[in-house]
Unconditional design. Structure first.
Length: 234
């Protein structure tokens, strides 16, 4: 109990941090707060704010007070300059086109996962995005911790982020990371989840089917491959 209370008092929790509290109840005469495993940033661009918390921490986020909007604009313009100064690094990691990422930051209300991947690369941040029974990893420094963000809307594709109104939540610990890696399907991206069919053995496709709940696996390699893609995107 003391550990829970210490963890709560470690930060100056504002109303926004109430998103992490599931409910309050009494045990005997003692009132306790029961915490969930996730934090939902209430701002429109909650993927950006997940990234902000990963980089700066909850205390810095809380200290912004009512200046979230102006800070978001300032940070995003800094990222545009950072991207422009590191074109070669982005090209080396096949993150392109830069113009699309710049446009996303400057002109859309919400950043896309592709934009997050570019920023994470330049900031040496490790992030895994969980969506349904899949995960997409952006590992940029093996000495740094891995952070877990969940995509919680129903659309698989990463394009037209604002149109789909994507929502994200930040997992407060990484203790479930081994479970996700062992039981979920690793995808290349949310635009093209699988590698070319030639990259897989039929046994590997069968394993992917088992992970996402496909039971009709007595099919040709090509049929299995297409069935996995269809299932992932539905």
């Amino acid at each position: 109990m003391n550990k829970v209370i210490n963890n709560i008092s470690k930060y100056s929790f504002t109303q926004y941090f109430l998103n992490t509290i599931e409910y309050e109840r009494k045990v005997g005469n003692v009132e306790i707060k029961v915490l969930t495993d996730f934090f939902f940033p209430p701002q429109k661009d909650n993927l950006f704010w997940c990234l902000y918390i990963i980089k700066h921490g909850f205390a810095a986020y809380d200290m912004l007070g009512d200046k979230y909007f102006s800070n978001e604009k300032t940070e995003k313009f800094k990222y545009i300059e950072m991207l422009r100064k590191n074109k070669a690094v982005l090209k080396e990691h096949n993150i392109k086109p830069l113009s699309e990422i710049e446009d996303n930051i400057a002109n859309n209300e919400c950043i896309s996962i592709k934009t997050l991947s570019a920023i994470a690369l330049l900031e040496n941040i490790n992030v895994i995005i969980i969506f349904k029974k899949t995960y997409c990893e952006f590992i940029n420094n093996h000495e740094n911790p891995i952070h877990i963000v969940h995509k919680i809307n129903d659309k698989f594709n990463d394009k037209f982020n604002d149109k789909f109104n994507d929502k994200y939540k930040y997992e407060l610990t990484s203790t479930k990371l081994p479970f996700y890696i062992d039981n979920y399907v690793k995808i290349c991206s949310f635009e093209n989840p699988l590698m070319p069919i030639s990259s897989y053995k039929i046994s590997e496709l069968t394993e992917l089917c088992n992970k996402i709940g496909i039971t009709d696996i007595k099919q040709s390699k090509n049929n299995l491959y297409q069935l996995i893609i269809t299932t992932l995107k539905n």
